[in-house]
Design a protein around this ligand. Structure first.
Ligand code: SAM
Ligand code: SF4
Length: 317
């Protein structure tokens, strides 16, 4: 079995939010219509990748729920032999309206990115007044029988670090896993990084001060680098994604496909394979060898060796 079993597929590089640590609107290089893959093309690539060992595909973006007809694409992906899990990461804005379609089409797990539970603060963060709408989506999703609904929380010192315990309590009450993500400096959002950054270690200490030592549970199979913990005696997990202070490259199982068909071995690597060209040329052999090259060289590309400055909204976080 290939050690690379998890594909993050960015279905669009556009977003309806402009979170100030991501800032898609600052970009001048959006992928044009001709260059963007159609869903039929993404499906062909997903089929090749599952044939080579991908077991889990997570749809991401930009904002994946901006894409019209996403549920039909999900239906087609769900039918791929060999695919064991299909999941989605969303900002939650369109979630309430989409939930039943996503469930019926075959999404098993949903991660919602939500960095504040305060209405006015949310508006400052994302540029629009959307918190009630997102919470409706989260509640609808938790009541819809998905294998999991998780919250992703990026913490920034002085902005939302006073909400760490509120998020823990929200997770306990609503029975959702809450994952605290270390803020990572990206191409358009590196300014102020050192003063805004707050480490997983510090967050864990704040939680333990109230709840006592957290019980270590470890990572999930076939998923990303989150390390999970539990408050003794309570259901629901707390996850930490230590993108800055952690070094999870040796165990990394992830590949990333952008919506213009570039397959990246690593978030940090400038190297990628152009899968769109052989796909559009009908060059099956070229396509297969481009994919194989990324699989076989993945170990050469990691955070120690690469320092590409990337945009989260184009590669999908
Ligand atoms: N728009 C969707 C969303 O926000 O969930 C999917 C794409 S978004 C790029 C994927 C994840 O990346 C989100 O959880 C977001 O919080 C995270 N992210 C974006 N910029 C980040 C940064 N600078 N540091 C850490 N995480 C970041
Ligand atoms: Fe959009 Fe997600 Fe980036 Fe926020 S984090 S601007 S929702 S892509």
């Amino acid at each position: 079995m290939s050690p690379y079993s998890y594909l993050r597929l960015s279905v669009t590089d556009r977003c309806n939010f402009d979170c100030f640590y991501c800032r898609p609107r600052l970009r001048r290089n959006f992928i044009g219509k001709k260059d963007a893959l159609t869903f039929a093309e993404m499906l062909s690539l997903a089929r090749c990748l599952t044939q080579q060992g991908i077991l889990h595909i997570r749809l991401t973006g930009g904002e994946p729920l901006l894409k019209k007809d996403l549920k039909y694409f999900i239906q087609d992906l769900s039918a791929l032999p060999g695919l064991r899990c299909l999941s989605l990461t969303t900002n939650g804005y369109f979630l309430a309206a989409a939930v039943s379609g996503l469930k019926a089409a075959g999404i098993k797990k949903i991660n919602v990115s939500l960095d504040t539970l305060k209405k006015d603060r949310f508006k400052k963060l994302a540029g629009l007044d959307a918190l009630p709408k997102i919470l409706r989506g989260v509640f609808k999703a938790t009541g819809s029988g998905f294998e999991s609904v998780k919250l992703n929380v990026v913490l920034l010192r002085g902005f939302n670090d006073d909400e760490i315990l509120d998020f823990v309590d929200f997770g306990l009450k609503e029975k959702v896993d809450v994952r605290f993500i270390e803020y990572f400096p990206t191409k358009s959002c590196a300014d102020g990084f050192s003063s805004d950054f707050i480490s997983s270690h510090e967050v864990k200490e704040i939680i333990e001060e109230k709840y006592g030592d957290l019980e270590f549970l470890g990572p999930d199979a076939m998923s990303g680098p989150a390390q999970y913990f539990r408050i003794q005696g309570k259901a629901g997990r707390i996850g930490f994604i230590s993108s800055v202070t952690g070094f999870f490259c040796p165990d990394c199982n992830r590949l990333r496909l952008t919506c213009d068909g570039r397959l990246y071995p690593c978030l940090h690597s400038g190297h990628s394979a152009d899968l769109r060209r052989p796909l559009r040329a009908g060059d099956e052999k070229g396509l297969s060898s481009a994919i194989q090259e990324i699989f076989s060289d993945k170990r050469l590309y990691n955070r120690l060796h690469c320092s590409r400055s990337f945009e989260m909204s184009s590669i999908g976080g």
